[in-house]
Design a protein around this ligand. Structure first.
Ligand SMILES: N[C@@H](CCC(=O)N[C@@H](CS)C(=O)NCC(=O)O)C(=O)O
Length: 214
């Protein structure tokens, strides 16, 4: 059975946003049961045992029948290979779904993560106040392009794929800014993804998995 390694505790704001959530969601979509191993931030996170699972001392990582895998994108794609719900079983469809995973991580997540870093860690810093408008403007550009690509489709390739899972999860990082409200079709797309029963099951598991704050 797959074992997912995630953290024992994270700050409240981070709990629903952890990258391990994507893995839980993919597993729920695919209907694959899993175990969870909880690692503590700090010394255990930097222990040789954990670094053997995740070379940067991060989460998530999975183990499956001798395979040890890090990076949420790689893990989501690995899980998707086992599920027609996540990955079309034709070469073109699979390639396009994979491309959207890369777009989510390399063209959207890096942009929203910069804003996330400002709002979660540096909100009141002078440099952050100066930088924030530029970061938001760049996100608006990317959101406009993404909305254009989505058009009037329900999902990026018509039917839901691992690409939509990753894209909608990345969009959640800056939920608290409501920037997506400026892009109604994108907002509806994200809501559609989050309304999926597998998303709700994964979120419930994610939130109940955390120990109370120390
Ligand atoms: N690119 C990695 C990023 C993983 C990541 O940033 N994980 C966060 C938790 S959501 C983490 O472990 N942060 C603690 C740290 O970087 O030390 C992935 O997508 O799996």
């Amino acid at each position: 059975m797959i074992t997912l390694t995630t953290y024992k505790w994270v700050p409240d704001f981070a709990a629903p946003l952890m990258r391990a959530f994507r893995v839980r969601w993919a597993l729920e979509e695919a209907g694959i049961p899993y175990n969870v191993r909880l690692v503590a931030l700090g010394p255990e996170q930097r222990s040789p045992e954990h670094l053997a699972r995740q070379p940067f001392g991060q989460a998530p990582a999975i183990e499956d029948d001798g395979l040890v895998l890090h990076e949420s994108g790689a893990i989501a794609l690995y899980i998707a290979e086992h599920s027609e719900k996540l990955m079309p079983h034709n070469r073109v469809g699979a390639a396009r779904a994979t491309a959207w995973v890369f777009s989510a991580l390399n063209s959207i997540e890096n942009a929203v993560q910069e804003l996330g870093s400002i709002i979660f860690f540096h909100k009141d810093a002078a440099w952050a106040k100066e930088r924030r408008p530029q970061v938001e403007q760049f996100i608006r550009l990317r959101f406009g392009q993404l909305a254009e690509a989505l058009g009037d489709k329900d999902y990026l390739e018509g039917d839901f794929t691992v690409g939509d899972l990753m894209m909608s999860d990345v969009l959640r990082i800056i939920d608290s800014t409501h920037l997506i409200d400026e892009f109604p079709t994108l907002k509806a797309y994200k809501a559609r993804c989050e309304a999926r029963p597998a998303f709700k099951r994964a979120m419930a598991a994610q939130m109940e998995g955390f120990a109370p704050a120390p």
